[in-house]
Structure formats: C-alpha cells, structure tokens
Design a protein around this ligand. Structure first.
Ligand code: KG4
Ligand code: ZN
Length: 389
C-alpha cells in the first residue's frame, strides 16, 4: 500500500515538474510533512499547522460574530473585509505559536477553495496561492465539506477507516454521504431548500435570541441553549417530508417548511415571543422536529448501505451544527443501538469552521499525491461529488 502511495506521489511530482502551472517545484520527501491550512469560506478566519503524524501543532482563529450579530446573519461584504484585514495576522499568529519558520518548516500550503462566499474564498485563496508560489511549496485547494468530513480522521485516537457514512450539517449544507476514501464520495441526500444551519439561524432570529458569544457561539448555539430548558412536546408541528410517500422515501432533506410551521404556529396561537417559557418551548419543538427529520433520513441511508453491501465503519457527523449536544446524543443512539457502529464527531470547536480541518485535509490529499496548480480559481458552488472526476 505504502509503495502504491509513494509511486502515486512520485508520478504526480514528475507530472507537476513538467507543467509550469503546477505549484510544486521540489518534491517533499520529509516524514512527517507539515501543512499550513487557511480557512476563509464564511465568517471565521482560521489558520492552523498540522503534520502528517496527526499532530495539531498550532491554531489561530479570528471570529466575526460581533460584526454580524447586529444584522442577524453573516453579511458577505463585511465578512470579506474582515478576512482581508485579519488573515495576515492570523497566519502570523499560527506560525508564532508553533515557533516555526514558514520557509524552512512548512512543506505544503492548503487553503479552502470552495464552496462558500465568493469574495471570502477569494481572499484566503489569494493569500494561500501567493504564499505557496513565493515559497515554492505545493498548493492544495481544499473542498470545505470534505475538510469537515475528514476532520474525524484526525481527532480520533486512530483514523476512522473508510467507508463511513457521514452527515455534514453546517450553515451552507446538509449532506448525507458515503465516504469511500479521500476525494471519493457518494451523495445519498442533500437539502432541497434551506440547510439545517440556516433553519437554526432563522428560528433563532425569529425568537430574537442574542447570539452565544465566543468560539462555538452564534445564533444556532443560542437556540440550542434555550431549547435545553423547553418542552419539546408543548406544540405539534409536522415532521418535514412525511406527508408525501415519494418525499418520505427519498434521502433528501428539507428545512424551509419547518421554519414556516413554527412561524404559523406563533401566528395562529398568538404566542407571546417576549415570554421566556414560550421561547424555550418553541426552540425545543423546533429542535426535536429537526432531529427527528435527520434521524428518519439517516435510517434510510443506513438501509441503502445495507442493501448495497457497504460495510460501514462509523457514522461521522461534522460541520458547525454537529457541535449541538442534543443532535449528537440522538444520533449516537441511532448509530450504536440500531446499527452497531460508533458515532464519531470531532470536538465541538473543530466542528465549526477552523483552520485545522483545512490543514488536515491538505495532509490527507497530499499523501495521495493530490496537489493543485497556482492558477486555480475559487469555486463558490462546488458539488462534493465532482471530487475525483
Ligand atoms: O460549519 P459552520 O461553522 O460554517 C459553515 O460552513 O456554514 O456552520 C455554521 C452553522 C451556523 O448555522 C451556526 O448557527 C450553526 O452551524 N451552529 C449550530 C451550533 N453551533 C453552530 N447549530 C445548532 N447548534 C449548535 N450548537
Ligand atoms: Zn463549515
């Protein structure tokens, strides 16, 4: 296996040397090798240094919550200028914390290429490309959702083997995938409208909840906190996609109807949103229904894998919403009790966007010889299924 990988890397490097557009100018023969990762796809500026021995050497992050909270959500232009302002110093901080010299000690530069907010991606990608080119280091353009999925292979005592079922739940995506290997995913389901993160954020706004502050904070985390104290059975709302047989049997998801159901419930019952108990109960009802919808669809995905004779090693759940404790605990019961496989989630601070996930995805991709040209452009819309094609 090792031989195959080395051959792959060597062939790739040979190919790269012949093309002046490619980023690599001298092969990396070091073991372990060290990757600097840059994440700027949405509202957090994250940079980290990780090596191929699975060590997180350093991490730095600049959060933008204070900037966006007054507007009730991420404002792309503000996010972009904040990345522009802070990224240089976040890179510097990660290097200083690691006490590393970028020219001497960093072997590869990895940066989120997409999907995400165009101007924000552009910022990080330009910085990553410039660093890599100036320092004559290989460049890796990382798929943000692949990075969320692969983080679970870094944070466990031993890497989660492929294939695993993965649910990626973030502000921009809701994906059910089979991860067959690095760069190789089968998509079983995705949202047909809003992502689950968007739904959390919208309900949080509707209930006028102040954002939870600090790392792992924001509107979704605020809703989780309030929901913990509420009664999930207080009101009844329909579970998404259960009325129509065709939609019920599909592995796709939907969250916009749930948001409408909660709004209608408030209107029809003239509920007082200044009443803390009403807020708690509504948050709890929303969260319970969203979780039931997730577990319903994961059940179908588990069954699909069984029918296809795919022996899953784990259920991996990642992305910002995966830091939610209620979601984790419900999915843990599903995976362990019903399907006899472990639930694996990165620690909450590595579920929300960060530089570590990008650096680690860089490690995983570089190991199998996947490097990119200095001329790559950002890909704001980038289906994960196109990886490897
Ligand atoms: O992965 P992520 O950090 O950024 C994107 O790639 O979009 O996910 C951000 C999303 C936001 O919608 C945020 O409100 C939500 O994750 N989120 C949560 C929690 N923490 C973050 N949603 C529910 N419960 C949480 N504890
Ligand atoms: Zn994310």
């Amino acid at each position: 296996m090792m031989l195959i990988i080395l051959k792959h890397v060597r062939n790739n490097i040979y190919r790269l040397r012949r093309s002046r557009n490619y980023s690599i100018l001298s092969p990396v023969t070091k073991s372990p090798f060290t990757v600097l990762g840059i994440e700027t796809s949405c509202d957090d500026t994250g940079v980290a240094i990780v090596n191929s021995d699975r060590q997180i050497i350093s991490e730095a992050i600049h959060l933008q919550q204070q900037l966006h909270e007054p507007y009730g959500g991420v404002v792309p232009n503000l996010a972009m200028s904040s990345h522009q302002q802070h990224l240089p110093l976040v890179i510097r901080e990660a290097l200083d914390k690691a006490n590393l010299d970028i020219a001497r000690d960093i072997d590869v530069v990895a940066v989120t290429r997409g999907p995400g907010l165009p101007a924000c991606l552009g910022n990080g990608l330009s910085a990553g490309k410039a660093l890599a080119a100036a320092l004559r280091k290989p460049l890796i353009g990382v798929h943000h959702m692949e990075a969320h999925a692969l983080t679970a292979r870094l944070t466990q005592p031993t890497p989660v083997p492929f294939p695993f079922l993965t649910l990626l739940i973030s502000g921009g995506h809701t994906l059910i995938l089979v991860a067959h290997g690095v760069n190789h995913y089968t998509q079983l389901g995705t949202t047909v409208d809003d992502s689950i993160g968007e739904a959390y954020d919208k309900i949080s706004r509707l209930l006028k909840l102040p954002w939870l502050k600090g790392r792992g904070g924001g509107p979704g985390a605020a809703l989780e906190r309030v929901a913990e104290k509420g009664d999930p059975k207080k009101y009844k709302v329909p579970i998404p996609m259960t009325k129509d047989k065709h939609r019920k049997e599909a592995m796709d998801l939907s969250f916009s109807g749930l948001k409408t159901s909660i709004s209608t419930l408030i209107k029809n019952n003239d509920l007082d949103l200044d009443d803390e108990i009403v807020k708690r109960d509504l948050a709890s009802v929303f969260q319970k229904t969203a979780i039931t919808h997730l577990t319903d669809k994961l059940e179908l995905a588990f069954r699909w894998c069984r029918e296809k004779d795919i022996t899953l090693t784990a259920l991996v759940v990642s992305g910002g919403v995966a830091s939610n404790k209620s979601i984790r605990s419900s999915l843990e019961s599903l995976a362990t009790e019903r399907y006899n496989i472990p639930l694996i989630c990165p620690p909450p601070h590595l579920c929300t966007d960060n530089g570590v996930m990008v650096a680690w995805a860089g490690v995983e991709r570089f190991r199998i010889g996947l490097v990119d040209e200095y001329i790559i452009d950002h890909l704001p819309r980038w289906p994960i299924t196109t990886l490897g094609s």
